[in-house]
Structures are given as structure tokens and as C-alpha cells.
Ligand binder design. Structure first.
Ligand code: NDP
Length: 290
């Protein structure tokens, strides 16, 4: 079998187009654009690239982009004071503090300061808790993007065996919650899991969010499985995922490539979350088709 390649880039473009339409409708009905504030502390090169592309995509979608670049020497108090000002700023619907933060700043303390209604990254414990109990929540962008790709490919996910490799608060745990909400039978594997290939071999759906280049091999997969590769690893100047694409695509039914799979979804879902937050803050019904 040769797997169908899931084109995350094309799906993300479509989503960004739908968000832009929603932004235009929101602006027409409220007289203001949705606004996304992105905060970058320090000079991390990867973070600078992400922040630049987030700003560009925000403007391209017709939203207001507010960028706050703070020096490496910023104290936790100063950063928290900025987040509080953004919480109070009516033109800001979404706040994203780019991680990782410099050493000495407690990320959880900063995230806890973000107004949950503006927490478009979905990292605040209130949003994580709402997701866990099945309430309306702002959900982390990368796992929500993975779910969108899966539903687009497979339709109803009810009853499917899903294995999520990785248990981070950013990807693995929210991914597992989302799949559970879709009535999958969910297993979360991690660095202490025994017989990982055996666990993965049970899965109709595999989501790999590990950060280990090409760890998941084709012979770990059940034939026909849908494989979502979240990993972004730089090896010899080349980007590779957590899945060995060459061997996995011989066995899987569908697979996301790296790059061009999950990666482009993250920013598209961030824009979507910002539009959703703007609607909720304006007391409007959630935008449709997103
Ligand atoms: P973390 O490092 O926070 O988590 C990695 C997880 O993988 C941990 O739960 C860890 O287990 C588990 N793990 C590590 N080694 C193994 C192993 N040998 N076998 C099984 N499990 C293992 O990473 P993130 O969740 O933040 O990110 C994961 C990957 O996704 C990275 O490559 C990252 O770059 C990428 N990423 C991509 C995004 C995108 O937009 N496409 C967005 C976010 C992340 P334990 O908990 O036991 O330590």
C-alpha cells in the first residue's frame, strides 16, 4: 500500500480563507477588526521566525496585529505587567506569549495571567480544564489542527483506536482529549511506555509528537493507519518529522509529510482561535464553518 499524503498546506490555506471571510463579516458587524497580540521575549531565532510569520498571517487575514518585542533581560514582573495591559485592552482579542521564555521566567505564572477569554494558545489551566470536562474552550492550535486534518480525511472517528505518542501540555495531552471527545479509544504513550512499537501497531490513528527524528517506523504501523506527524526536527539542515516517512508511507493509509503537513495548520488555527475569541468577547455566536 502507498499512503495518501495529507496536504496540510492546502487545508491550512482553505482554513485561512474561511477565517478571512469571517474576519470581514465580524469587522462589518462590530466596526472593528479582531486583534491578536504576540509577545516575544529575547532573541531566539526560531521564535523570531514564528512571530514574524504569525504577524504576517494575522494581517493577511484582515486582523489587527500587535507585536511586542521585549529584551532578553525583561523580568517576570515586567512581562506580567504587559500581559495585564493586554488583558485590559479592548482592541486585543487574543494574546500569545511565544514560548520558550528566557531562563528565570516562570512560564506557567505568565500563562496564568492571560485572560482565559483571550488565551488563543489554549494553554491556560482554565482552558485545559474546560477541554478536559467537555466545555467550550480555546484549544491549543497544533492538536486542533491535527484533529481537523483527521476529520477531513476519515470523517467520523468514533470507536477508532488512537495512539498519541507524547504527553506535553502543548500537544500530546490536548490531542488525547480531543480524540476522546470524538469517541476514539485513546492511548497516550511517552518515554516510559513499554513496547512502543506494539502499542502503536494497535492504532487506526497515530499522532507522533515526540521530537525524535524519524522514530516511528513503517513496521510499527497497522496497515491502513492514519498517521499524523507533529515532529519538527532539523537534521543536517533538513526538516524531518518524528515518523520515518519512507517506510511509514508504504504501510499507512494516509500520512502527513514534514514539512507541509501539521506545520502550516498551527498558524491557521491560531487565526481561527482569535476569530472565535473575538466573537465570544463581542457576545456574538461562534463563526460557522471553522
Ligand atoms: P515535548 O518535548 O514537550 O514532549 C515530548 C514528549 O515525547 C514527552 O511526553 C516525552 O515523554 C515523549 N518522548 C520523548 N522520547 C520518547 C521516546 N523515546 N518514546 C516515547 N515517547 C517519548 O515536545 P512537544 O510536545 O512540545 O513537541 C513534540 C514535537 O512536536 C517536537 O518535534 C516539536 O518541535 C513539534 N511541534 C510541532 C508543532 C507544529 O506546529 N507542527 C508545534 C509544537 C510542537 P515524557 O513525558 O515521558 O518525557
Amino acid at each position: 500500500m502507498v499512503a495518501a499524503v495529507i496536504d496540510g498546506k492546502a487545508f491550512a490555506e482553505g482554513l485561512r480563507g474561511r477565517v478571512a471571510e469571517g474576519v470581514a463579516a465580524f469587522t462589518a458587524s462590530t466596526g472593528r477588526k479582531p486583534g491578536l497580540a504576540v509577545v516575544l521575549v529575547g532573541q531566539d531565532p526560531a521564535s523570531q521566525v514564528y512571530v514574524r510569520s504569525k504577524g504576517k498571517a494575522t494581517i493577511a487575514a484582515g486582523m489587527e496585529s500587535f507585536e511586542h518585542r521585549l529584551p532578553e533581560t525583561t523580568s517576570q514582573e515586567e512581562l506580567i505587567a504587559l500581559v495585564r495591559r493586554l488583558n485590559d485592552n479592548e482592541t486585543v482579542d487574543g494574546i500569545l506569549v511565544q514560548l520558550p521564555l528566557p531562563k528565570g521566567i516562570d512560564e506557567q505564572a505568565v500563562i496564568a495571567t492571560i485572560d482565559p477569554a483571550k488565551d488563543v494558545d489554549g494553554f491556560h489551566v482554565i482552558n485545559a480544564g474546560r477541554l478536559a470536562v467537555g466545555e467550550e474552550a480555546l484549544v491549543p492550535c497544533t492538536p486542533l489542527g491535527c484533529l481537523m486534518l483527521l476529520k477531513d480525511r476519515l470523517g467520523d472517528l468514533s470507536g477508532k483506536e488512537a495512539v498519541v505518542i507524547g504527553r506535553s501540555n502543548i500537544v500530546g495531552k490536548p490531542m488525547a482529549q480531543l480524540l476522546l471527545q470524538q469517541n476514539c479509544t485513546v492511548t497516550i504513550a511517552h518515554s516510559r511506555s513499554k513496547d512502543l512499537p506494539g502499542v502503536v501497531r494497535r492504532a487506526d490513528i497515530v499522532v507522533a509528537a515526540v521530537g525524535r527524528p524519524e522514530m516511528v517506523k513503517g513496521d510499527w504501523l497497522k496497515p491502513g493507519a492514519a498517521v499524523i506527524d507533529v515532529g519538527i526536527n532539523r537534521v543536517d539542515g533538513k526538516l524531518v518529522g518524528d515518523v520515518d516517512f519512507a517506510s511509514a508511507s508504504e504501510v499507512a493509509g494516509a500520512i502527513t509529510p514534514v514539512p507541509g503537513g501539521v506545520g502550516p495548520m498551527t498558524i491557521a488555527v491560531l487565526l481561527r482561535n482569535t476569530l472565535v475569541a473575538a466573537h465570544a468577547r463581542a457576545g456574538l455566536a461562534p463563526p460557522e464553518g471553522l
